[in-house]
Design a protein around this ligand. Structure first.
Ligand code: PEP
Ligand code: MN
Length: 359
């Protein structure tokens, strides 16, 4: 069996779109039960409750999860409020404990997906399981690594699979905590349209305000659902406080979602996919232009300190020659690219002029 033959019946048996909600971390029994109760009271359709029991933290000495005791709280959430439960596993011990506690859905976190040894260890510990296993994208933008993780799971006869798009980490700080890089997730979706894909807007945004837009955008391009960090008292959360929302805000977000045609081959899905890619590229173009202008400003300072003229014809020629040659190579008109670079160059000169005048 290959990944192309995986079927997505586990997700079709649940709600459309599939919503997974719950705290970033299990903190106490009271916090878990209160969060679960309030999600239920909103009456929105959330079949699965998430909570991190073992937390991968960037730096040591922080809160690293409550450990196995939290599995009892997940059990209570299941018994008292009828949720299926989900948690992250990062090694064979976690797997053994989670299976023993009958957690329904296990996910592999972004920091584990990057490591083939870890993924292999988890896959072997899960060998033959009928439970659903979700694989988050690796922290680095590497599609092959993401697919490789799924192949390792399938290699151990694990067939109820899905993926979570949680964004990619970058050194350059942007408005996202983790850049969505939609292109990578959509390439995955084009290759494996049969594997359910969920969006994790919480770890993409890193804040509360962008969650609804990212979730809607994902549904527009045919994702099957979302996993959203939800906490009874988000401001006091022990991890990821800035991005967690209350059950009531979650309910509001879910009821405002427009469920689009989820048939990825359909016109709407395809259109949405193209538009999302364009928005993603526009975002990157703007980010890059902004970085370019900042460098230009530094060059301006150097020129000022060394009494060099702003306009350097030889350098300008070098830039236009390169740009027009690249345009031809990539199938665009050199005139078009020259126009764009003229505008960029003009702005650059403007920026450097300001540096010269102001100091
Ligand atoms: C999480 O879901 O709480 C988590 C740790 O996510 P990620 O692996 O995407 O960082
Ligand atoms: Mn988190």
């Amino acid at each position: 069996m290959t990944l192309k033959e995986i079927n997505s019946s586990w997700v079709e048996d649940l709600s459309q779109p599939l919503m997974i909600a719950g705290p970033c971390s299990a903190e106490s029994e009271a916090q878990m039960l209160e969060t679960a109760k309030r999600i239920r009271e909103t009456n929105v359709n959330v079949p699965i409750f998430r909570a991190g029991i073992w937390k991968p933290r960037t730096k040591p000495n922080g809160f690293e999860g409550v450990g196995v005791i939290g599995l009892n709280w997940l059990k209570k959430v299941k018994e008292e409020y009828g949720f299926k439960t989900a948690t992250e596993v990062a090694n064979a011990h976690h797997v053994a404990a989670a299976l023993e506690a009958d957690v329904d859905i296990l996910w592999i976190g972004a920091r584990s997906t990057v490591n083939p040894f870890t993924v292999q260890e988890i896959a072997e510990a899960l060998k033959g399981t009928v439970k659903t296993v979700l694989v988050k994208n690796p922290v680095n933008p590497d599609l092959a690594l993401w697919i490789g993780a799924l192949e390792r799971l399938l290699g151990q006869d694990i067939k109820n699979l899905g993926v979570i798009h949680r964004g990619f980490s970058t050194y350059q700080k942007t408005k996202y905590r983790n850049n969505p890089n939609w292109q990578i997730a959509l390439d995955f979706k084009s290759q494996y349209p049969n594997i359910p894909m969920l969006i994790d807007p919480s770890h993409i945004c890193g804040n509360r305000t962008g969650l609804a837009d990212i979730t809607q955008e994902a549904l527009n391009v045919g994702y099957q659902g979302a996993i959203i960090e939800t906490h009874s008292n988000p401001d006091e959360a022990w991890s990821d406080a800035a991005q967690q929302i209350t059950p009531e805000v979650l309910a509001d977000l879910i009821s405002n979602l427009k469920v689009r045609n989820s048939d990825f081959a359909g016109f709407e899905g395809e259109m949405g996919r193209h538009r999302t890619l364009i928005s993603d590229l526009d975002f990157q173009i703007i980010e890059m232009l902004s970085q370019r202008m900042k460098i230009s400003e530094k060059i301006g300072k150097l020129k000022k300190e060394n009494d060099i003229a702003i306009f350097q014809p030889a350098r300008w020629k070098e830039i236009t020659d390169y740009a027009t040659q690249k345009a031809t190579e990539t199938g665009m008109s050199p005139e078009f690219i020259e126009k764009i670079f003229k505008t960029v160059h003009e702005e650059s000169i403007e920026v450097q002029n300001k540096v010269m005048i102001n100091r």
